[in-house]
Structure formats: C-alpha cells, structure tokens
Design a protein around this ligand. Structure first.
Ligand SMILES: C[S@@+](CC[C@H](N)C(=O)[O-])C[C@H]1O[C@@H](n2cnc3c(N)ncnc32)[C@H](O)[C@@H]1O
Length: 196
C-alpha cells in the first residue's frame, strides 16, 4: 500500500484515504475516541508529537503543553487547523530528546520496511529521557494478511521495539478495530527511553 499521498490529497474523496467509510461527524468522533485511548499511555504531556498526523484528526484532541505534527503531504499539513501546533514535513526535523510522548497511527502499513525502520529510529531519537512512543502496525485480516504474515509482522514489531531502551509489543484496539491475539488487526509497540 505505497500510495501517492500528494495525488490522493488532491482528490475530492481525499478524506477516505485517511479513514474510509466515515461521515464527517464519525471521522472526528473517532479521532476523539483514539485520543482518549492514547491518553492512557501519556504520563508526561509537555511535548507530544504525532508522526503522520494527516489533518490532525487525533492530535486535535490531545491535551499537551506543546503539540507537534509531522506530516509529509503538504495538502494535509495545510489543513491542520491547530493554531499552536508546530507543523513539520519530516520526522527528522523533530529535535532529539525533546518529546515526552510520540505516536504514529495508520502509517506503517503505507510505508516499506526500510521507512518503518527509519521512522522507528526517529521516534526513539526524539524521545526525552523517560519519554514514550506508541506505534500502531495495522496488520490483520482487514489488510488481507494471513496468519503467517501476521506472525512476520509481530516479529518485525519486536525487532523495531529494540530501538528503545524498553519496549512492549501487544495487540490492541486503538484504531477502532476490535482485536485479540488470534485475529489481531493491529499490533502496537510501546517504546520507552530510560529516565534521566
Ligand atoms: C491513513 S493516513 C493516517 C493519518 C493520521 N495518522 C490519522 O490517523 O488520521 C496516513 C498518513 O501517513 C502519512 N505518511 C505517509 N508516509 C509517511 C512517512 N514516511 N512519514 C510520516 N507520515 C507519512 C500520509 O501523508 C498520511 O497523512
């Protein structure tokens, strides 16, 4: 699913490429629900960074001292309507050890393995001591993956977890999908950097 985001963002139905089959109301309501889920993982909220933020569907509802949106697609970035938010094009532009909580939702299924690795390394780099990152890896039947591919995705998630001082890989429900281990439709990496 390596999409041409600049082309998709110019279409009339561009919103469907961020989250399909939703009315405008559902689109934002799910952003709010996902922000509430994320909130459980946020211990320190001085600086929060959304990597692959789209139009700020989730970040809009995140309570933080400072919000950073990383979004490479300029047409999406320009639609992020959050006055105090720092808008960046690429994850490499975020300062090292400056972020308390970072997250990346609905992005990894769209990039190749090497970009997944780069994003994970960058997420680990941006975390301040004691900071946490939550990365979602959509990988289940919804993405037409069989069990072997899900097992491969789990191994990859575990490998990406090694970028952090401490990490946990788990199936979960964060993007609106019910999941369990067997039929997991998404995996998460929760990476933590050691405290100061
Ligand atoms: C399905 S959308 C999800 C957007 C947002 N995370 C959400 O849940 O509303 C995927 C987003 O990933 C962005 N993206 C694609 N490749 C990326 C990359 N290498 N780094 C960061 N974001 C990327 C796209 O521009 C797009 O906004």
């Amino acid at each position: 699913m390596n999409w041409d985001w600049d082309e998709l963002a110019g279409r009339d139905d561009w919103q469907d490429y961020i989250l399909p089959y939703r009315t405008e109301e559902q689109f934002w309501a799910e952003g709010l629900e996902q922000a509430k889920m994320l909130d459980k993982f946020i211990e320190r909220r001085e600086v929060v960074c959304d990597v692959g933020a789209g139009i700020g569907r989730v970040l809009r509802y995140i309570d933080a001292g400072r919000r950073i949106a990383v979004e490479p697609t300029s047409a999406f970035r320009e639609r992020i309507d959050l006055p105090d938010c720092l808008l960046l094009r690429d994850v490499s532009e975020v300062g090292s050890e400056t972020v308390d909580f970072a997250y990346c939702l609905m992005v990894y299924q769209h990039v190749g393995f090497s970009e997944q690795g780069r994003l994970t390394a960058e997420l680990a780099r941006m975390l301040a001591p004691g900071g946490k990152a939550l990365i979602q890896i959509p990988c289940g039947p919804h993405y037409k993956m069989n069990l072997r591919q899900i097992q491969e995705a789990t191994k990859l998630a575990a490998a990406y977890g090694t970028f952090f001082d401490d990490s946990r890989v788990f199936p979960g429900r964060l993007a609106g999908y019910e999941t369990d281990v067997e039929g997991s439709q998404e995996l998460f990496i929760l990476g933590t950097q050691s405290g100061a």
